[in-house]
Design a protein around this ligand. Structure first.
Ligand code: NAG
Ligand code: NAG
Ligand code: NAG
Ligand code: NAG
Ligand code: NAG
Ligand code: NAG
Ligand code: NAG
Ligand code: NAG
Ligand code: NAG
Ligand code: NAG
Length: 425
């Protein structure tokens, strides 16, 4: 682009610029001034304007491509040799046989994660009820104290919730410097936030059924997985966190999502990783559809694909299938388990926000395979004396298959807020 005489400057520039140039020209150089000098000025100014425009364009496109939160993490440099552990909360008084599978407790798993934290702790949770006077709330209180303590250690804490109004825990953490994002799920699509996952130091991940609720650490049956040193998974999960954070102060979901919120891995392009030396593939899924930008698998589709791929078995454990039932843990499906934070009730996929995880492993016979471990946990519960059939006319005959004590005393002797503690069909 060449800038000709002073008159021609107006072409291609907006009114403000051309006025500025003209008035500048008149003020500093009365009509007698030489035309070559003003031509030079014009070129300089025009060049500056162009540079500025290009710079602004670059800054915006850069911000949009590499998110500020991603800390230089990319598909090329992320860590995909991860360790994984199952974590469970088994309600007090629920007794399994001595040789039943046993895993790290949810509380211990969470405390380990918080003890590892050096830089950041990001938590999405549907519940924030840790400080309670109930005798079995002590683990919840300890977790709360640990979080409060971290805020005073220069560790960045970001929390996402859809319940701020009545949570003293969130208020207390916010006062101590935690950044709290409130998602007004009612306004977005009349749903609730049901996701629960943690990201620690952009390295470690928890994803599972439990939210930050004292009952999840005492009375409820919960199941989750913790990934250590797994920044490749973080790369993707972080984008769901960023999507939630981007809704801060917003009462509407944007028409289009920013590129930096697109999925990194999906059903088509799975993350290749090692989980304790076992070759695996994984991807995260999300719901509702409204929260699925490009290349983000929708939960229902992920579940369909897992069920479609099943060759031997499909095991599903959920809290609710239908409004009539109340059941245990969450779900884990087939040779590709899916760990998510939603129940299988109508509006869970259409309205409530949930995040799921699908893991594939080729070799699932090994006891160190996470899928084998999930399957064993499922079978432990299924054949436990606490399981009750939901169809009274179809009593399963399991005694021929398993050498467990016959479940003579089928009714569990405790109550969790009026819900059946465990009943699997
Ligand atoms: C579980 O074991 C404990 C201690 O052995 C006992 O007090 C409790 O009643 C048992 N619970 C059930 C449901 O059997
Ligand atoms: C926890 O709850 C107790 C009693 O309700 C209250 O006295 C205490 O201040 C709370 N702790 C925090 C850190 O808010
Ligand atoms: C959330 O959205 C609903 C519906 O738009 C509105 O009535 C309510 O005041 C909002 N809540 C907050 C805390 O902004
Ligand atoms: C994660 O990686 C670091 C550095 O390689 C290592 O020191 C640490 O033990 C690993 N953590 C786990 C839980 O494997
Ligand atoms: C989405 O996935 C498709 C197929 O895996 C890929 O070709 C495309 O580049 C991806 N788009 C983005 C924005 O990542
Ligand atoms: C897996 O564990 C079961 C029971 O703990 C044991 O009997 C079996 O030998 C183990 N299998 C392998 C391959 O280690
Ligand atoms: C993976 O290794 C860790 C220890 O590094 C262990 O705690 C965990 O149980 C192992 N996971 C599986 C699925 O075996
Ligand atoms: C259950 O299976 C065992 C062993 O196969 C058999 O003896 C028993 O009669 C069966 N019970 C019912 C109710 O079918
Ligand atoms: C069931 O268990 C309760 C307490 O755990 C006990 O009092 C009761 O006698 C048991 N019932 C049967 C039929 O074994
Ligand atoms: C269990 O809960 C139900 C409903 O809340 C209640 O009717 C029942 O009495 C409770 N049973 C026990 C043993 O507490």
């Amino acid at each position: 682009m060449v800038c000709g005489g002073p008159e021609e400057v107006t072409y291609g520039l907006d009114d403000v610029t051309s006025h500025q140039i003209k008035s500048h020209h008149i003020a500093s150089h009365p009509p007698v001034a030489g035309s070559s000098e003003s031509q030079q000025k014009c070129i300089v100014i025009f060049a500056l304007v162009c540079c500025f425009a290009i710079l602004v364009a670059l800054i915006f496109s850069a911000v949009d491509i590499v998110g500020e939160d991603e800390d230089g993490l990319s598909e090329k440099n992320c860590q995909n040799k991860c360790r994984i552990a199952l974590v469970e909360n088994i309600p007090e008084g629920l007794n399994y046989s001595e040789n039943a599978p046993f895993h790290l407790s949810l509380f211990q798993g969470w405390m380990n994660l918080l003890n590892m934290a050096k830089k950041s702790v990001d938590i999405v949770s549907s519940h924030w009820d840790l400080n309670h006077t109930h005798p079995s709330a002590c683990q919840g209180q300890r977790l709360f104290e640990k979080l409060l303590q971290l805020t005073s250690q220069d560790i960045e804490i970001k929390l996402v919730s859809d319940v701020t109004a009545d949570s003293k825990v969130l208020e207390a953490l916010k006062l101590k410097g935690a950044e709290v994002t409130y998602m007004n799920m009612t306004a977005y699509n009349k749903g609730r936030l049901q996701s629960s996952f943690w990201i620690v130091d952009k390295q470690h991940v928890y994803i599972g059924s439990a939210g930050l609720d004292w009952q999840s650490l005492g009375q409820m049956k919960e199941l989750g997985v913790i990934f250590y040193n797994c920044s490749c998974l973080v790369l993707d999960l972080q984008r769901i966190f960023a999507l939630y954070s981007s809704l801060k102060f917003k009462s509407r979901v944007p028409q289009t999502w920013s590129k930096r919120l697109y999925g990194v891995y999906d059903n088509e392009k799975k993350l290749q990783l090692q989980l304790n030396e076992t070759k695996s593939q994984a991807f995260v899924s999300n719901s509702p559809k409204l929260f699925c930008p490009k290349n983000r698998s929708f939960d229902i589709d992920a579940i369909y694909s897992v069920i479609d791929d099943a060759k031997q078995y499909v095991y599903i454990a959920v809290m609710d299938y239908l409004p009539i039932s109340s059941t245990s843990t969450k779900r884990s499906v087939s040779t590709h388990p899916l760990q998510g934070n939603f129940d299988w009730v109508g509006n869970d996929f259409t309205q409530n926000a949930g995040t799921g995880l699908v893991i594939n492993q080729a070799d699932v016979r090994n006891n160190r395979s996470i899928i084998k471990q999930l399957k064993d946990v499922f079978e432990r519960d299924w054949y436990s004396p606490y399981a009750k059939t939901l169809q009274p006319t179809k009593q399963p005959n399991c005694s021929s298959l398993f050498k467990l004590k016959p479940p003579s005393n089928k009714t569990a002797s405790y109550n969790t807020s009026g819900k059946e503690p465990l009943s699997i069909q």
